[in-house]
Design a protein around this ligand. Structure first.
Ligand code: ADP
Ligand code: MG
Length: 653
């Protein structure tokens, strides 16, 4: 068990300080509010693990608060760091930073690659995703087509966002390019507080897997850790931001999810033993951050605050949030996975095969080919997962519709039976009427009209008839007004009956109104007619509803078929991709053989050239020797000629 580490960071003041204002003062790790005259205000003083003054840099925040989490993540611990604070207090500056002072995210990315490159006895596989929660919907920032993604949970993967694009990466620059792409897709709007105020919570996620390099055993565990770096949208007071329309709606969503985050923190900070239910499921943000809050993760929270007097209330709120957060304990442990849940394990065989085939290639080229292969495999896996999810949803909604249709059918059957029983009753009443008019016109025994079913003749009816009769036939006898439907029909049926049929109900009210006064009169056929008419009307409504549902089922079936077609198409594409890959592997082998041939030719040519050079050198030497000889011959003969001509002259004289 370890406590979440919480730090507070002040951003530089934007407004000029004026005398006569209350002020925040920092002494070591304590923040206190002072009156204008320099006396502390009692009860407003907070202590934290670290307090960063306005002049602090992102580099120091990283070194002191975040670095240890990043290194733990490399070693298999889940990690989360998030910035919390009011709008314009410096959350995005802390997470992203500037060109001169890179924030936590770029520093973490560089640190991860620098560190993993130095660990030579383990193989690492890093993948990244980037999402935002905007108006309580999860959108993929790396793929614009992935919107409104659902949160799922299972034993192997824990809580995860289904359908999110994940990119396998092998360099910091590659990740920073992806972040740039994601940033461009992020929702930002203009409020009075901050020109580029972030309107969404963003979660940059890195999954780091690693396995021992020299391991030959197939049952070796793979370490898998998830690192979340979160830039929350700022809490805001609507009056202060001047937001309206879309901005107002966003603001409400932001405030609501931050309030739920506050609730979760409050509940977690309560005495551990009496911890109540933790409302993680109340918002997408808390659901995704669940492991980071009281779960299996190392967590740091950086609470950013604005120093100006005008923001004192918000700053106080942030400091109170931070105070509660620092009492939360987490229970982080190294995550070791033996199953196929680790991507390194799932891809092991194919990648080893590829490595074998490409042996002897330049290592950089090899790594690029492997990276591409890994991403292709992971992409088709995600596609399959997404399709399976869509199919499952279709199946569920189809089941629900079929169930609903079955219910409707049962109701129709019931109403049909009701109709049939009404017919029977009419016949019986006709008999009673004839009987009484002929024999006992004034007899109270047979004509207690307010209670038709208690007549001696009806009492004699078989049980089945009584069971099938309407529950509310008695109530109809008293009053057929719509108000009475409220008490007799169940809510569901009542809603269906009311939907779109108000005029009919009005008509219902008009006609029987005349009869309402005579509800206790001797005319029993009024209630019966009305009931029959009403039953028929309901039958018609239900039948038309059934037709509508049948149409919906057809449309869903079509959609289902289409998805199935798409699924099999993707499977085909996948297998053709695998085939192409095997072709290209074959090509690689051929090319390698060609290369070896060429290399041999080249070596032969080189040798020939060496021989030629040697020949030239020997020829040169021989040539020089001959030249020397000739020169000496020439000089000898020249000397002889000169000697001869001088002796000739002497002889002539
Ligand atoms: P938030 O994300 O909390 O709404 P921002 O990070 O966008 O706020 O900060 C608002 C403004 O304040 C930005 O212009 C940012 O550059 C500046 N700022 C925030 N914190 C610092 C800091 N520590 N040092 C320098 N400038 C800062
Ligand atoms: Mg921001």
């Amino acid at each position: 068990m370890e406590k979440i580490s919480v730090a507070v960071r002040f951003r530089p003041s934007i407004a000029e300080e004026t005398a006569g204002e209350r002020q925040w003062r920092i002494e070591d790790n304590r923040i206190s509010l002072y009156k204008p005259l320099g006396t502390p205000i009692s009860g407003i003083s907070f202590a934290f693990d670290h307090v960063f003054e306005h002049s602090s840099t992102n580099a120091s925040v990283y070194d002191i608060l975040i670095k240890s989490i990043i290194h733990a993540a490399i070693n298999g611990f889940n990690g989360t760091a998030f910035a919390y604070g009011q709008t314009s207090s410096g959350k995005t500056f802390t997470m992203n930073g500037s060109q001169l002072d890179p924030g936590i995210i770029p520093q973490a990315v560089r640190d991860i690659f620098d560190t993993t490159h130095m660990i030579t006895d383990r193989e690492f596989l890093v993948r990244v995703s980037y999402m935002e929660i905007y108006n309580e919907e999860i959108n993929d920032l790396l793929s614009l087509g992935n919107q409104r993604l659902p949160v799922h949970e299972n034993l192997e993967r824990g809580v995860y966002v289904a359908g999110l694009r994940e990119e396998i990466v092998n360099s910091a620059d590659q990740v920073l390019e992806l972040i740039k792409l994601g940033e461009a897709n992020r929702h930002v709007g203009e409020t009075n507080m901050n020109v580029r105020s972030s309107r969404s919570h963003t979660i940059f996620r890195m999954v780091i897997e690693s396995s021992a390099k020299d391991s030959t055993s197939s049952v070796d565990a793979i370490r898998v850790s998830v690192l979340n770096l979160v830039d929350l949208a700022g809490s805001e007071r609507i009056a202060k931001t001047g937001a309206g329309g879309v901005r107002l709606k966003e603001g409400k969503h932001i405030n609501k999810s931050l309030m739920i985050l506050g609730n979760v923190i409050n509940k977690l900070s309560e005495n551990g033993k009496h911890r109540a239910h933790i409302p993680y499921r109340d918002s997408k943000l808390t659901r995704i951050l669940q492991p980071a809050l009281g779960g299996n993760a190392k967590t740091s929270i950086i609470c950013t605050v604005a120093p100006e007097e005008v923001h004192i209330e918000e700053t106080k709120g942030t400091l109170q949030f931070a105070s509660r957060a620092k009492s939360i304990t987490n229970c982080a442990q190294v995550n070791e996975v033996l199953t196929d849940a680790a991507l390194l394990k799932r891809q092991k065989q194919e990648i080893e095969e590829l490595r074998r085939k490409l042996q002897g290639q330049h290592s950089e080229v090899l790594e690029q080919v492997i990276l591409k292969q890994r991403n292709d495999m992971h992409k088709s896996e995600l596609e399959r997962e997404k399709l399976a999810m869509e199919l499952e949803e279709e199946r569920k909604s189809r089941q629900a519709l079929e169930h609903h249709m079955g219910e409707q059918q049962r109701r129709i059957d019931y109403l049909n039976e009701l109709l049939a029983s009404n017919e029977a009753r009419k016949v019986i009443q006709g008999t009673i009427h004839t009987h009484s008019s002929h024999e006992e016109m004034n007899s109270s025994n047979c004509m207690s009209q307010g209670n038709t079913f208690t007549t001696p003749i009806l009492k004699g009816m078989p049980d089945q008839f009584v069971v099938k009769r309407s529950n509310y036939s008695k109530a109809f006898d008293a009053s057929p007004l719509p108000e009475n439907f409220m008490n007799i029909a169940n809510g569901d049926l009542w809603l269906q009956l009311n939907k779109g049929f108000r005029t009919d109900l009005d008509a219902l009210q008009m006609t029987p109104n005349i009869k309402y006064g005579a509800a206790h009169s001797n005319d029993t056929s009024i209630g019966t007619d009305l009931e029959e008419w009403n039953t028929k009307e309901r039958c018609l409504n239900l039948a038309s509803e059934c037709r509508l549902h049948a149409l919906q089922v057809d449309a869903l079936k079509e959609q289902y078929d289409m998805l199935e077609r798409k699924y099999s198409q993707l499977r085909e594409e996948n297998s053709s991709l695998v085939q192409t890959l095997s072709y290209s592997n074959h090509d690689v082998v051929l090319l390698k053989a060609q290369k070896d041939e060429l290399q041999k030719d080249l070596n032969y040519e080189r040798e020939k050239m060496r021989d030629l050079k040697e020949g030239i050198r020997l020829f040169g030497l021989a040539f020089a020797e001959r030249e020397c000889l000739l020169n000496s011959l020439y000089s000898k003969s020249k000397a002889m000629i000169e000697k001869f001509s001088s002796s000739q002259i002497i002889y002539d004289n």
